[in-house]
Design a protein around this ligand. Sequence first.
Ligand code: CUA
Length: 157
Amino acid sequence: MNIHTYEKLWLVAAMVLIVGFIATITYGSVALGITMVGDQEPTVEPGELNDDERFGDPGVEHVGENQYDAYVVAQTFAFRPEVLEVPANSDVTFYVTSRDVIHSYSVVGTNINTMVIPGEVAQMTVEFDDPGEYGVVCNEYCGFNHHEMEGQIHVVP
Ligand code: CUA
């Protein structure tokens, strides 16, 4: 049987693509050490957040000069607490976890955006310089009231 030249060409092209994809994934995960989920933070039990030291009564804690920790629980269909208040010129480290399904914690108009996975604690540190109000939304479809899942960050003078 004689394989048509073009068909051979396509076969080779397909093989190159497949090998390329695999190489990209391998390179990304091994060479660059990319982790999809932060593995520095201890995990949490989504069903026992009420008894959790950090997430039982989530909110903002003053931990140092101009430094704050903000604990947030995402759940269908709200953020707890709904409103976070931090002073201007502060560094805020967010710790966000989910009580149920996958959500996100996305601050509108900024590049602050993290996926929130049950059992995991998403962590990020943000510098808030100027006073202002920011809206927080959920960017991961999480159910019928996903679009109503909102919060706010108030940066006060
Ligand atoms: Cu939570 Cu969409």
